[in-house]
Design a protein. Structure first.
Length: 539
């Protein structure tokens, strides 16, 4: 009998161990802010690499359940979450996973602090980032709406640090008719005679994290025109004081490829009480703040899952011996991981840059030019990082050989959960079309592209490595000439290649900027690798 026993991959403090996060924070945060946030991040890094990670592995086979009826025939539609998610909810509230962005202790940089917390928390909590993203988005949407009654009623619950008071929010958009094309929604809003209240009737087909206390949803007030403009944005409290759903039936939970801890349901709204959030039309426009926040979370989740896979893979490479040496001493294995690391670092820089701009927009420190840039970069960042996360997760599994394909290593879930990132919150193609729309937010796409170019080139100002800067310049020139020459259907057909090129180009520019700042040899290596893999997808 062989005495050989393979050592398993392990995690340390996920903040202490993360060169990329620490070096980024050292660049963007003033020294006093960095020293103040250090403890909160170190604590979260400790939880993520220790207690939460252990609980995640122990919770692997548990899934949320739906009980539709009690023993006496009453319809109860009770959702039971798994132990990991119950713990995650308390930790999320106490550690201010949503609150940090609204307390604004460090002004616009509070968004960066919050995203750093979310980035550490997410990979150990099996997509608890989903309800948090929607909660954050709901708080932002209500605050932007100016509806003081709803702000007073709901926002304190959404941004509290007290687990007993904490609410999560749902985002009920998708219907059978419209996953991407939300304007096709069929849910009807009937006004209650003699009051401002409404009741909603319809089917919501793919509603995530159904355990939330409130939701923002879209419905068409009777008599309104078709399309997104005829929809209105509504606020719902999901359960009454006895915990019973308010005229909401949970028909079943979805049987999904991944995000298995997220209770995603099909719902029937059968007279659900609802209040208008802002006006009685323009629901799609009014829910957009929520979409932009959840898209930011999507990007942060993408980089956090890449980082988790790589942390495990790098550790394993020091423990697994093959052909006479640890994998960490095998040039081809090291080279493969370094290329994945470069993708991760590039995605990281873009996701956190969007967090910086989002923070500035929330504290109204954003210029008009930057606001247009944020509108453009949000879909670009979401679509680019979503694709990178799936590729990196797939390669991470492969880096473990057969072990990466075996469920009780806890590795396959990384791939399954990453696969949702390019799908929900707008697929790659829908966001590529949104990129084209955002490029012409002020009516002129060429002007929009020039704004993007200026932002990109400002990252590489004063950089010595002209070879790297030339890769950026060439991709920008190609994108500009494509946009100037593409006509008719070719514009839509090429939108994905164009958007990915913009995404990878700005990632490269941000990586160069960071490397120049850090003069860190490893960071420079990642930049060169990322540039050599290529940013230009247009043909
Ligand atoms: C892990 C982290 C993430 C966790 C999230 C978890 C849960 C998520 C579960 C879900 O997946 S929820 C469903 C997500 N669904 C989507 O994201 C829908 C995807 N489809 C789109 O985004 C379409 O582009 C869209 C529905 C917006 C298109 O609809 P329309 O009716 O054709 O809208 P239109 O005419 O493009 O835009 C209407 C207005 O909204 C316009 O403004 P104006 O009325 O002033 O002209 C747009 O400019 C504005 N708008 C649209 N998207 C915007 C926006 N404004 C700002 N930001 C945006 N992103």
């Amino acid at each position: 009998m062989s005495q050989f026993q393979q050592a398993l991959p392990e995690l340390g403090n996920q903040y202490d161990d993360d060169r990329v996060l620490r070096s980024y924070l050292a660049r963007v945060l003033p020294a006093d802010v960095l020293s103040e946030v250090h403890e909160s991040l170190a604590e979260m890094g400790h939880l993520a690499g220790g207690e939460l990670y252990d609980l995640q592995l122990a919770d692997r086979l548990n899934e949320p359940t739906l009980t539709q009826w009690d023993a006496w025939g009453n319809r109860i539609d009770k959702i039971e979450l798994t132990p990991l998610w119950r713990v995650a909810e308390g930790i999320a509230a106490e550690h201010g996973l949503v609150a940090t962005a609204y307390e604004q202790k460090y002004g616009s940089l509070s968004r960066v602090h919050q995203c750093a917390l979310a980035y550490l928390f997410t990979p150990s909590t099996d997509i608890y980032s989903c309800p948090l993203a929607m909660t954050d988005g709901a708080a932002r949407t209500l605050l932007n709406s100016g509806n003081q009654g709803l702000i007073d009623r709901a926002v304190p619950h959404l941004i509290t640090r007290d687990p007993k008071e904490f609410w999560t929010a749902g985002q009920w958009m998708t219907e059978l008719t419209g996953g991407s094309d939300v304007g096709l929604s069929e849910t009807i809003a009937k006004s209650e005679p003699g009051s401002n209240a409404f009741r909603l009737y319809g089917r919501k087909w793919f509603t995530s994290a159904i355990g939330s206390q409130m939701a923002l949803t879209l419905a068409r007030p009777e008599g309104n025109p078709p399309g997104g403009r005829g929809l209105a944005l509504f606020y719902i409290e999901t359960r009454d004081e006895h915990g019973r759903p308010r005229n909401i039936q949970i028909n079943r939970l979805k049987d999904k490829l991944g995000t298995r801890k997220v209770p995603t349901a099909e719902l029937t709204l059968d007279g659900t009480p609802a209040q208008l959030v802002k006006g009685s039309v323009d629901g799609v426009r009014n829910i957009a703040p929520l979409l932009n926040i959840t898209r930011l979370w999507n990007g942060i989740s993408a980089v956090s899952l890449m980082r988790r896979g790589l942390a495990l893979s790098f550790d394993y490479a020091t423990k697994r011996t093959a052909f006479g040496a640890p994998l960490s001493e095998k040039p081809l294995h090291v080279d493969t991981l370094a290329t994945l690391q470069a993708e991760f670092e590039a995605a990281f820089q873009l996701a956190f840059y969007v967090a910086e701009l989002t923070g500035k927009s929330e504290t109204r420190e954003i210029s008009d030019e930057e606001a247009l840039l944020l509108r453009l970069l949000t879909p670009i960042m979401k679509l680019t990082t979503g694709k990178q996360a799936v590729m990196v997760a797939s390669e991470v599994l492969e880096s473990f050989g057969g072990a990466g394909y075996v469920e009780d290593t806890g590795l396959p879930v990384l791939l399954r959960d990453s696969q949702v990132l390019p799908i929900w919150e707008g697929t790659t193609n829908v966001l590529a079309l949104d990129t084209l729309r955002a490029l012409q937010s002020d009516g002129d796409a060429q002007q929009g592209l020039r704004r993007f170019e200026a932002a990109v080139m400002s990252c590489v100002e004063g950089v010595n490595d002209s070879k790297l800067v030339n890769v950026v310049r060439a991709a920008l020139d190609h994108a500009a000439s494509w946009l100037a020459n593409a006509e008719g259907d070719a514009v839509e057909a090429g939108a994905r290649r164009f958007s990915l090129t913009l995404g990878r180009t700005i990632e490269l520019a941000l990586l160069i900027k960071h490397a120049q700042w850090s003069l860190d040899r490893q960071a420079i290596d990642s930049v060169r690798r990322f540039a050599s893999v290529g940013v230009d997808h247009i043909f």
